[in-house]
Ligand binder design. Structure first.
Ligand SMILES: Nc1nc2c(ncn2[C@@H]2O[C@H](COP(=O)(O)OP(=O)(O)OP(=O)(O)O)[C@@H](O)[C@H]2O)c(=O)[nH]1
Ligand SMILES: [Mg+2]
Ligand SMILES: [Zn+2]
Length: 344
């Protein structure tokens, strides 16, 4: 077998820089070619689970080397809270992003809102999945589901228990037609448990949450794509500690479509909804049609996204300045040489 022939393969797993690819139904380990790493300018240039890639085969066809990442349909990005770090791609070519959140101590509306913005920006369709229904006190269930629905306007909301199996069929229905979806959510949300339920076997390891605060123990460490009996595909990912936003894309407007719709009626097109006359957003808060908390989280995410944009701008400016400076130095050096040649 010639090692120069290229094949198209699918990246099905990534664990600490090692990949698994699927080619003609067979899975094999793969590494990224040196030239891929050499030519990479950002983490976006590296393969991620869900990527279609070009590989060459080695060791009698048992190992693969990834030479190129083919164009992506969708890409889910996570930005650390450190604005200077590169965005990290989590999954590629996904149809839907399932934002998984437990109805137990894992429940956190601000996190849901944050993940929704990233999901909208990925180009895939977000779905909110509330797990551990069996652990939620009966008296609080309706209010929790309602608050999640209000935080996710226009987003399909599922409520289930992976323990009893109640509601799990609705996740399967979301995968109809063999869609590829990805699970995101904090550690302990119940992503891998739901995956196992869908797979009908213990495909992925799951872990207890700490009793004191219901926090997970980061059981899943790599990203992996699973082919389910229903025909759909799920990419399970590790719980994320922090989830910053990549940029103030359309995702923010889509996630807060209720506020965007209100803002369309503000008197001023560039209304910041902080006291301008004729502000429709302020009127809605006043009239109880929009909650103050929801408006606050919108403002917070918007400020964060703007800060990120600013710091990216700043980075570019510093980089330009550095280039100009070294150019200036070069011009000075030439002047020096000329002076010396003139004997000055
Ligand atoms: N009672 C109940 N427990 C659940 C349910 N779903 C998950 N759990 C439990 O929650 C704990 C964490 O579940 P995991 O599936 O490992 O969570 P994860 O989201 O994959 O976490 P990481 O891999 O760390 O990101 C485990 O002890 C599960 O048994 C549920 O629907 N009901
Ligand atoms: Mg897990
Ligand atoms: Zn306004």
């Amino acid at each position: 077998m010639s090692e120069n022939i290229m094949f198209k393969a699918l990246v099905t797993a990534e664990h600490r820089g090692c990949f698994t690819v699927r080619l003609n139904g067979a899975e094999m380990t793969a590494t990224a070619a040196g030239k891929l790493a050499g030519g990479a300018v950002s983490r976006l240039d590296f393969p991620v689970v869900g990527d279609d890639v070009e590989v060459s085969l080695h060791d009698g066809g048992s190992k693969a080397v990834i030479h190129a990442v083919l164009p992506r349909r969708t890409i889910l990005l996570r930005k650390g809270l450190d604005a200077s770090a590169d965005a990290q791609p989590l999954a590629a070519n996904i149809d839907k992003v399932f934002i998984v959140m437990g109805l137990d101590g894992n429940y956190n509306i601000a996190r849901l809102e944050r993940l929704l913005v990233a999901a909208w920006d990925s180009g895939a369709v977000p779905v909110a999945v509330l797990t551990k229904k069996d652990l939620c006190p009966e008296a609080e269930l309706a209010a929790r589901v309602e608050a999640a629905a209000a935080a996710a306007p226009g987003v399909r909301l599922l409520c289930l228990s992976s323990l009893s199996g109640e509601g799990v069929a609705e996740v399967e229905a979301e995968l109809a037609g063999g869609l590829r979806c990805c699970f995101v959510g904090s550690s302990g949300a119940g992503k891998s448990t739901l995956l196992n339920r869908l797979a009908g076997r213990e495909a992925a390891a799951t872990g207890d949450v700490r009793e004191s605060d219901a926090r997970g123990r980061h059981t899943t460490t790599g990203r992996q794509l699973y082919l389910l009996p229903c025909g759909g595909e799920i990419i399970d990912t590790p719980g994320i500690r922090e989830f910053g936003l990549e940029y103030a894309g359309e995702g923010l407007a889509s996630s807060f479509s209720d506020i965007s719709a209100l803002a369309a009626n503000c008197r001023f097109g560039d209304c910041s909804h902080t006291g301008e006359p004729g502000c429709a957003v302020a009127a809605a808060i006043e009239g109880g049609r929009l909650s103050k908390e929801r408006f606050k989280s919108y403002q917070k995410l918007r400020r964060e996204a703007e800060r990120l944009e600013l710091s990216t701008d700043l980075k570019k400016r510093i980089e330009n300045k550095r280039k100009l400076k070294s150019f200036g130095r070069m011009v000075r050096d030439i002047g020096e040489v000329k002076r010396r040649l003139r004997g000055g």
